[in-house]
Design a protein around this ligand. Structure first.
Ligand code: USQ
Length: 397
């Protein structure tokens, strides 16, 4: 297939490009390199040394013989160029990662809220409108998030996107209706992914676009089979308070003897997936396109759930790191249970990497190897959800 990977320079985007290219697909990256600009804005860098996208593609050609093409294009700001690109290249599939993905960054200031909404919602809507106008019949696979569901404990498993509800009719009988599972986003970033769902629903129903939305959990790990093939193919690894995700943060904190930064009681339960499984899920979803006129297909892309304090204890046991319970800069339930259905990917053949097998071998090695590149002052999470929470944030534990 000819596959356009929007946001192909990012944390999940890059290993996905390599994975699909290795399988013989023709890969085109469309990216405005905004993630690299945000590193510059925040004054941080990936733990792992990352080459330019052009250099990454050159090395991949040397290693594999396969070509990945890079197109510098801003989805949210260059609608006409996007439409022109789709008209000219007519991809068979599009994978859409091109959104600002950090919840703390989206809550940093009002400017960051506005940027995140403008960037994410416009990128998705521009893409959908351009696909229709360019008569592009590609299967669109979008990276969404488990966070659209919210994390309140309702004592029931979260289904894959849809919920059957019985509504009382005017005649007093019950009518069954299928609805999108109600969203309850916990940040401006998660809110944009909730808005994306409505955009997808409309374009699938109105224009017959074939869309799959992957509700992904928190990704951990850094390597995939392809990023291991050359040190210049290495994936990015974020550890700072805005972009670092919880388990990867704990691992680098342990490597530099920094107390593990648990927010609140650490009673938050979240869904997790290893980066290798993440790229495999995208491959599986691409191979299972919906029909024209079918509702948006929604998968829960996660393999296990863990409580934050249990993760901290696990990392502490493995490495001897100490744990620090900090005031939570986020507005979120202090404790929640989480049960998630993920039957669709298991049925399609996903064989998950579990935390127990993958943890020590891979990430601790990466964290230790590059520990000298860490700026300790960028480790604290200082973006607060509200002003009063901001005044309690601990800047350097
Ligand atoms: N947390 C800590 N200590 C830290 C960092 C985080 O206790 O040092 C806690 C947070 O308060 C939160 C949980 O860990 O309760 C998860 O935080 P996170 O930063 O790992 O994940 P999140 O902000 O939810 O976002 C990440 C990705 C996002 C993706 C999402 C999937 O950045 O792109 O959509 O995970 S999910 O969480 O399932 O919505």
């Amino acid at each position: 297939m000819r596959i356009a990977i929007l946001g192909g320079d990012g944390f999940v985007g890059w290993p996905t490009c390599l994975h699909l290219s290795a399988q013989g697909h023709e890969i085109h990256i469309l990216d405005n390199l905004s993630r690299r600009w945000i590193d510059t804005e925040l004054g941080v860098q990936s733990l792992t040394p990352m080459d330019s996208i052009q250099e990454r593609c050159r090395i991949w050609k040397e290693v594999s013989g396969e070509t990945i093409r890079f197109h510098l294009l801003d989805l949210s700001g260059e609608y006409e160029r996007l439409k022109g690109w789709l008209t000219e290249h007519k991809p068979d599939a599009i994978v859409h990662f091109a959104e600002q993905r950090a919840a703390p960054y989206s809550m940093k200031t009002d400017r960051h809220k506005v940027y995140t909404v403008n960037n994410n919602v416009n990128a998705t809507h521009n893409l959908l409108a351009a696909m229709v106008e360019a008569e592009c019949d590609a299967h669109l696979v979008h990276l969404g998030t488990m966070g659209v569901y919210g994390y309140s404990s309702v004592g029931a498993a979260i289904p894959e996107g849809y919920l059957d509800v019985d509504i009382e009719t005017l005649e007093g009988t019950k009518a069954r209706q299928e609805i999108l599972y109600p969203t309850k986003p916990g940040s401006v970033y998660h809110m944009t992914k909730s808005l994306d769902q409505i955009l997808f629903q409309f374009y699938a129903q109105n224009d017959g676009l074939r869309i799959t939305d992957l509700h992904q959990g928190i990704v951990w790990g850094t390597h995939t089979d392809q990023t291991r093939r050359h040190e210049q193919l290495i994936n990015r690894f974020d550890y700072d308070g805005d972009y670092g995700t919880v388990l990867n943060r704990f691992l680098i904190q342990a490597a530099i003897d920094y107390p593990l930064t648990v927010h609140g009681t650490g009673g938050q339960t979240r869904a997790f997936i290893h980066i290798q499984d993440s790229v495999r899920c995208i491959e599986l979803a691409l191979g299972d396109a919906p029909e024209h006129g079918e509702r948006v297909r929604i998968f829960n892309q996660m393999t296990e759930t863990h409580r934050v304090r249990d993760l901290a204890e696990l990392v502490s046991k493995l490495t001897g790191a100490s744990i620090k319970y900090l005031p939570n800069p986020r507005k979120e339930a202090p404790e929640n249970d989480l049960v998630v259905k993920n039957d669709q990917f298991l049925t399609l053949g996903l064989n998950p990497t579990t935390l127990a097998e993958g943890l020590l071998s891979e990430v601790v090695d990466v964290a230790k190897k590059y520990a000298h590149r860490i700026d300790r002052s960028r480790v604290p999470a200082v973006s607060a959800w509200t002003r009063d929470l901001g005044s309690r944030v601990e800047r350097d534990p």
